[in-house]
Design a protein around this ligand. Structure first.
Ligand code: PMP
Length: 421
């Protein structure tokens, strides 16, 4: 493969893992960087990046300020602040009936991103396959490449009711070399919330092939229309082979704090901790006790006790606003039942008002959209491997976030509707 001209040449470029990383890096961050630059230059409404435009509960931010004032400013313990480890274990028990020992089966990380990175680096290497759903969150491909492992995928297909896993394709994709199955539910970018039948199929194939499951559940509390998030660790025989990852960023609208965690069997958590200690060692001294306060909120009678359910209801309303607006603009969608994003099919725009403009794919459209309509979206193909089944099916699709205030969403859809006329 061709090395990026921006990177210095050197012997390391011959390493398979560097080549793989370069490949991942060349395809992915470029489009995000390009979109952000375009948004800034054109002043477009940015539905590209998935971060909230309002902060999370005041009781959590106040707790962090108090922790700083009280002197929580030096390295916290490597595995995590004891209050947070205890609060995470309580949360897993309270919500899912999962029993984890705070001392040996929980690890605090620098966001879910570090937990995913440390888990993949600890458990997979050259000759191993790591299977993800496709489309996939962009850090997965890069970290699998860094580990020197091979990335395989099982596609999620769009239906009007939402994206669904191709279970047959999953069974075929998992092989004797599949060391890890890296799941994500609720799912970015599709909003799919894996159902019992899908989870049971994944669990069966993981057990059959002896694979470890690493599951990214950062959107665990953001589900809509009565969809229930079920951690795969709760399925029979799965607790012993599953690492469950989450983060405070999405649940509490505090994405910049980067407090994440992983829980699971002690041997697997120890393996992750071994790698994690050489990535960041430890993070976020004042934020860790504050997130412990956040996780405990729902057990209190304070004003923020119902934050999680109110946040999910508010996001469901904003999702509906975006869905309605996209339908008015003539775009087809696959209703997301979780997470931060709507996937929309721009086929009608590409073959209607934009026919003969030379704009023929979702990626072309996203590059043109800030100038054409004053809106930023991300092409679905930023989350696929070029040439894959999922990639081919998503050529015309865009990802738009609804974790923005209602006036921002209303303005974006008005602009898209004007384009469609
Ligand atoms: N996993 C998924 C699926 C995500 O969407 C994100 C954030 N965009 C992350 C992980 C990263 O989480 P954190 O900020 O806690 O590292």
């Amino acid at each position: 493969m061709t090395p990026s001209p921006a990177l210095p040449r050197g012997p390391w470029q011959r390493a398979a893992r560097a080549a793989g990383l370069l490949q991942a890096a060349q395809v992915r961050p470029t489009i995000f960087a390009e979109m952000t630059a375009l948004a800034q230059r054109t002043g477009a409404v940015n539905l590209g990046q998935g971060f909230p435009d309002t902060d999370g509960p005041a009781s959590i931010t106040a707790a962090a300020q108090e922790a700083i004032a009280a002197g929580a400013n030096q390295y916290p313990p490597g595995p995590g602040h004891p209050d947070l480890l205890r609060a995470i274990a309580d949360h897993q028990q309270r919500h899912y009936g999962l029993h984890v020992d705070p001392a040996s089966e929980v690890l605090v990380t620098t966001g879910a991103t570090e937990a995913i990175a440390a888990a993949v680096l600890a458990l997979a290497g050259p000759g191993d396959e790591v299977l993800t759903l496709e489309p996939f969150y962009d850090s997965y491909a890069a970290i699998i490449a860094l580990a020197g492992a091979t990335h395989t995928t099982a596609p999620l297909h769009p239906t009007p009711a939402g994206f669904a896993l191709d279970i047959e394709a999953l069974r075929t994709a998992v092989t004797a070399r599949t060391r890890l199955i890296l799941l994500n539910s609720p799912h970015n970018p599709t909003g799919a919330v894996l159902e019992q039948t899908e989870l049971a199929a994944i669990a069966a194939v993981a057990k059959e092939r002896g694979a470890v499951v690493v599951t990214d559940e950062v959107y665990e509390h953001l589900t809509y229309d009565g969809a229930t998030h079920v951690p795969i660790a709760t399925l029979p025989g799965m607790g012993e082979r599953t690492l469950t990852i989450s983060s405070a960023g999405k649940s509490f609208a505090l994405t910049g704090w980067k407090i994440g965690w992983v829980s699971g069997p002690a041997e697997l958590v120890t393996a992750v901790r071994t790698v994690k200690q050489f990535l960041t060692y430890t993070t976020g001294a004042p934020f860790q006790p504050a997130i412990a306060v956040g996780l405990d909120l729902e057990t209190t009678a304070g004003p923020d006790a119902t934050w999680l359910t109110r946040q999910a209801a508010s996001l469901a309303a904003r999702r509906d606003l975006l869905l309605d607006g996209l339908h008015t603009a003539g775009l087809a969608t696959a209703t997301p039942r979780g997470a931060y994003f709507v996937m929309a099919n721009a086929h009608s725009l590409l073959t209607g008002p934009l026919a003969r403009t030379g704009i023929s794919t979702g990626a072309d459209l996203c590059r043109a959209l800030p100038e054409l309509a004053g809106v930023v979206a991300v092409p679905a193909t930023a989350f696929t491997t070029p040439g894959s089944t999922a990639d081919a099916g998503l050529t015309n699709w865009l990802r738009l976030t609804f974790v923005k205030s209602e006036p921002v969403i209303t303005e974006a859809v008005a602009r898209l509707t004007a384009l469609s006329r």
